[in-house]
Design a protein around this ligand. Structure first.
Ligand code: DAT
Length: 178
């Protein structure tokens, strides 16, 4: 658990297309404590935190040391939402809450097709969702009581997920007399 009282560190993870950025943006807007949304994939691109770009897969090979150095002061300060499709590289001590978003794979396929991903990248992500790769990763990297699996298929899910995370934030505040 992060030692900061300034704000929690919330990781929102899940297979690409499950709704991480949609959730993180809404949560940053609505949260009762200030939360900065960090789209880790965007940060990797903008700050050149990668080793190479793989043309075939249309994806970056992340320089994990550089990325962790960039994120460490932000995580120590607290009050952030880390939005990324993987979570195991973040140290356990950073995380107060880990939200794993899930989506039916046929629906996910449609979302990724709309993004014009190459077919093999759609297939890879689709299989990863079916095999619960990100959920397993979260469960093996963090204490089970801070890992929450949430469905993200419909707008109603989005709304109820945000309500649920806000309740968690309220409890987090109360625990710290904030
Ligand atoms: P991610 O950040 O995980 O890659 P996203 O937030 O960009 O995903 O969402 C991908 C697309 O799916 C986008 O068009 C919004 C839509 N979407 C995500 N979650 C949804 C939900 N719970 N209800 C309806 N649409 C959703």
């Amino acid at each position: 658990m992060s030692s900061s009282n300034k704000g929690p560190v919330i990781i929102i993870t899940g297979t690409p297309g499950t709704g991480k950025t949609t959730h993180a943006e809404l949560l940053a807007q609505e949260s009762p404590v200030p939360l900065k949304h960090i789209n880790v994939g965007e940060m990797v691109k903008q700050k050149n935190l990668y080793e190479a770009f793989d043309e075939e897969w249309q994806s970056y090979t992340v320089d994990e040391d550089k990325l962790l150095d960039e994120l460490e002061p932000l995580a120590s300060a607290g009050g952030i939402i880390l939005d990324w499709h993987t979570c195991e590289i973040f140290p356990e001590r950073w995380a107060d809450l880990v939200v794993v978003l899930r989506c039916d794979h046929t629906k996910l396929w449609d979302r990724l097709e709309k993004r014009n991903y190459p077919l093999k990248k759609i297939q890879e992500n689709n299989e990863a969702e079916i095999m619960e790769v990100v959920l397993d990763e979260a469960r093996s990297s963090y204490p089970q009581e801070i890992v929450v699996e949430l469905q993200s298929e419909r707008t109603e899910d989005l709304e109820s997920n945000i309500q649920r995370i806000m309740q968690w934030i309220e409890a987090w505040k109360e625990d710290r007399d904030l």
